[in-house]
Design a protein around this ligand. Structure first.
Ligand SMILES: Cc1cc2nc3c(=O)[nH]c(=O)nc-3n(C[C@H](O)[C@H](O)[C@H](O)COP(=O)(O)O)c2cc1C
Length: 114
């Protein structure tokens, strides 16, 4: 599949795909809820473009991912390495196939964002 081939190549090349949108007022946010799919145990490379585009020092980041078995994988460790000055929470994993019934996980995300 084209999407999977592209994702694989981006991961291999440690690519930083350009984002089409910018957050103009990031300074106004103390807490950022960061959602992404688990791709081979990591967030898609575009998430790293995002994390490297702003100063997250002192901000709280609440990561959550959808997955099909690997949970958060190695994503928390990799996000921590990318934004070492951010205050990262434990994160929440949502099983993609059951995403329409994830009230419990949404509550966990909101708890961590408090
Ligand atoms: C390129 C790619 C790699 C993936 N790697 C994993 C993986 O390592 N572990 C896992 O549990 N799910 C993996 N998945 C499944 C995705 O996490 C799942 O499809 C996604 O969370 C559901 O969101 P979506 O509807 O946006 O695809 C992968 C999916 C894709 C497309």
């Amino acid at each position: 599949m084209v999407c999977i081939d592209e994702a694989k190549e981006e991961l291999r090349a440690k690519a930083r795909p350009e984002l089409t949108a910018k957050v103009e007022n990031m300074d106004q946010y103390d807490t950022v809820i960061l959602g992404y799919p688990n791709w081979w145990g990591l967030p898609p490379m575009a998430v790293f473009t995002f994390l490297e585009s702003y100063n997250f020092a002192g901000k709280k980041i609440v990561p959550f991912c959808s997955h099909e078995g690997s949970g958060l994988g190695g994503s928390i460790r990799q996000i921590k390495m990318t934004v070492p000055d951010a205050n990262l929470t434990a994160g929440v994993a949502i099983h993609g196939a059951a995403a329409s019934h994830c009230d419990r996980e949404v509550k966990l995300i909101l708890e961590q964002a408090k």
